[in-house]
Design a binder for this molecule. Sequence first.
Ligand code: GSH
Length: 211
Amino acid sequence: MTLRLHSRYQNSAGQRVRIVLNLKRIAYEYVPVPSASSPEYRAVNPQGLMPALEIDGQIVAQSMAIIALIEELHPEPALLPANPIERAKARAFALLIAADLHPLNNNRVRKYLAGEMEVPEEKITTWYRHWVATAFASLETALANRSIATRFAFTDTPGLAEACLVPQMANARRFECDLTPYPLLVALDAACRDLPAFAAAAPEAQVDYPG
Ligand SMILES: N[C@@H](CCC(=O)N[C@@H](CS)C(=O)NCC(=O)O)C(=O)O
């Protein structure tokens, strides 16, 4: 099985997938995408969003669908807890980021606000920080309310929750969001970032990182 991941160094949805592939020690080819809106990339993913996974010649889009596919093909190490309720909680944590927060703040939304809507840059930053604060408050509460003690968010090894959180934390730092109200998120992110699977998936470790 050959895997080619179309992504870019600063593609946080793609970074989730890179983390998961690394956690599962799955070899893949990283294919840098210079422009997601180019005809070349739209031939790969007509939606014009990264990442896209090429698997044995077929294309799968959407990071969470790609991660679910990887988990089905390579169940070990598991990305989710064994207990069904804990599994649901881990998925809810990840989806709060992938389904609720990320779509509000991603590049194309900010570009649209700045361009067609003529929103000044400082207001876009306010928008960005508002949605980060809203989401991070809920994520922090989710961690504080856990009934089972685990080394990472919901598991003893990093999984889906961490694969979604770490890229989002990097984005929040890039936009200078105040992270002091979220000590549990900050600690979880710090516990992951130096692990080889996360370090190798980081923007600065990718071949297309401008350095
Ligand atoms: N729901 C999608 C979101 C993908 C997405 O929004 N990707 C962004 C980057 S993180 C993108 O490709 N934007 C186009 C661009 O930056 O030109 C997923 O999880 O894969």
